[in-house]
Design a binder for this molecule. Sequence first.
Ligand code: ZN
Length: 293
Amino acid sequence: MPALTLGGWSARTLETGFLWLDGGAMFGSVPRPLWSRDHPPDERNRIRLAMRCLLVEGHGRRILIDDGVGDKFSAKLADIYRVEHAEHTLERSLATLGLEVGDVTDVVLTHLHFDHAGGSTAQREGRLDPRLPRARYFVQRRNWDNARRPNPRERASYLPENFEPLMEAGVLTLWEGPQEPWPGFSLFTADGHTRGQQLARIAGPEGTLYFVADLIPTAAHVRIPFVMGYDMAAIETMDEKRALLERAIREHAWICLEHDPGIALARPVADGDDFAWGERVPAGADAVPSGRA
Ligand SMILES: [Zn+2]
């Protein structure tokens, strides 16, 4: 799994499995011929998406950003979302690094949609418990409020079993707006996809890395008008995406793509009035190309 060193942090992508979501919903108003070549849909018009998390170690912490869909789905939901855990799970990916869930000290949740936070809790002996037993979990208060009183379009994505047990166990901290909880590790909010989503920036003298969750879910979404049909506010997403990409280009930063099945990290470049990718790191790569991180 590719790793980057940034200001005393070691950041590496962690595959936790795949799920399949409706291709049309993933690309909003973009016509199918423009997305289906790179994302071939199955017979139910779903496309394969990674659930790629980021493990960031340093400064005495071992931080996980997002934790995948988890293992609580009924057979019916596992079929609807075609959840694949044959190749990757959170536990197996941690094990390849000699780690287990109990070694994670902090879990930063970008937002509480089930494909990002479903791995936060686990059904054990008839109870729902935090799946990372020693970790403190963090989410934006506005996203928590949104998740507990979801609007009708988001209701199927905010499942109480993924987050209520965290609060009951006293391990969930609600953040108010942008944060810098650790040196060089900061969070900022983006509201177009869902209210109170938070994105991570990890920076050091070697360079900068962004974890942008559902602001740019796959490589194809680097184009400004490629906005998911799932998003609450397409105009806000486009503004937030442009601001993020302009900043990342100035910083020559890497961006981690949480849902792209093939590309784990990439550097954005300007392309006329829009954006594209320069250097890319495939999901299965051992290392990030040498040179400036
Ligand atoms: Zn989402």
